[in-house]
Design a protein around this ligand. Structure first.
Ligand code: C2E
Ligand code: MG
Ligand code: MG
Ligand code: MG
Length: 287
């Protein structure tokens, strides 16, 4: 009986795997065609200053609307693309689209996510420089977002790449900070402009002492190293207040705005200040 049950489990497991593998293959093939089919788009989420809630930049976030499965989240397809060379074609399209967009903002920067494989591509620096030159965009209008995994596997080479990019005038942000394996001691070796606190910590801030402590530590660390600290995933007025008190430099999250279409992003960029809601709430609490 146990044997038979075991076989059943194995078969189920195999079928599950097959389906998983089939899905990955479809995604990989689909992505290769997605650009030509016009299935990809970028949305933009404002990044605001802590004080006046001035829109200082936008993070570009990719969206994929497939024929077969409908919209698929980047959290699903980026890791699949990352395992093959499709990530390069996809990444080039994302960068070029974001560069075309930033020229339509009065003076905000655009923040672009790069996966570890893109970052480690040979001549990444030359490639990105060529793209901005072709687009006629100043590097200072571009923030490069990378994760801890991208830089800590080959720290020496990564440090050199970041140094060059920063010399050229790009901004560098370390994304999802706190979730990776970075040694705090090593952080100082990298040419960075900002740390982005992962939204899981912001989410936990009001509930768990641990999350609040981590948020405070990251902000202190950032300030001690002369870095900006951007809090991501800010959803409530209470989080805004707590982050202001803690000394976060910038904030991003649904509280201010969801990622929006290019047209709306330009409106927000021109309008420049967000946070009418926050001011009302503050007035309401009488603080
Ligand atoms: P990320 O770079 O950490 O991006 C932030 C994610 O948090 C985005 O999810 C954004 O929509 C979401 N978010 C922003 N504010 C809030 C909030 O207040 N509450 C909650 N619950 N979520 C919020 P999204 O767009 O689904 O992207 C997921 C991840 O996929 C990104 O995480 C990034 O790692 C990756 N990704 C997205 N676009 C690109 C891209 O163009 N290139 C690369 N390489 N990766 C990308
Ligand atoms: Mg990001
Ligand atoms: Mg992030
Ligand atoms: Mg994240």
């Amino acid at each position: 009986d146990a044997k038979r049950a075991g076989r059943g489990v194995t078969r189920l497991f195999d079928e599950g795997m097959d389906e998983g593998i089939r899905f990955r293959r479809r995604v990989e093939q689909g992505l290769a065609e997605a650009i030509d089919k016009g299935e990809l788009s970028l949305v933009y989420q404002p990044i605001v200053s802590r004080g006046e809630l001035e829109v200082i930049g936008f993070e570009a976030l990719v969206r994929w609307n497939t024929e077969e499965y409908g919209p698929i989240s980047p959290a699903t397809f980026i890791p699949i693309a990352e395992e093959s060379n499709v990530i390069h074609e996809l990444g080039d399209w994302i960068l070029d689209s974001a560069l075309a967009m930033v020229q339509r903002f009065p003076d905000q920067y655009v923040s672009v996510n790069f996966s570890p494989r893109q970052f480690r591509r040979s001549n990444f620096v030359g490639h990105i420089m060529e793209s901005v030159q072709r687009a006629g965009v100043l590097p200072s209008r571009v923030q490069i977002e990378i994760t801890e995994t991208a830089i800590f596997d080959d720290a020496e080479r990564a440090a050199e790449t970041l140094y060059k990019l920063r010399q050229m005038g790009f901004r560098i942000a370390l994304d999802d900070f706190g979730t990776g394996y970075s040694s705090l001691y090593n952080i100082r070796k990298f040419a960075l402009d900002s740390l982005k606190i992962d939204r899981s910590f912001i989410d936990g801030m009001g509930r768990e002492r641990e999350s609040a402590a981590i948020v405070h530590s990251i902000i202190h660390l950032g300030r001690a190293l002369g870095l900006e600290v951007i809090a991501e995933g800010v959803e409530t007025a209470a989080q805004v207040q707590a982050l202001r008190l803690a000394g976060a430099s910038h904030m991003q999250g649904y509280f201010f705005s969801r990622p929006v279409t290019p047209e709306l992003a330009i409106e927000l960029a021109v309008q420049r200040f967000l946070g009418g809601d926050l001011n009302e709430e503050q007035a309401g609490t009488g603080t």
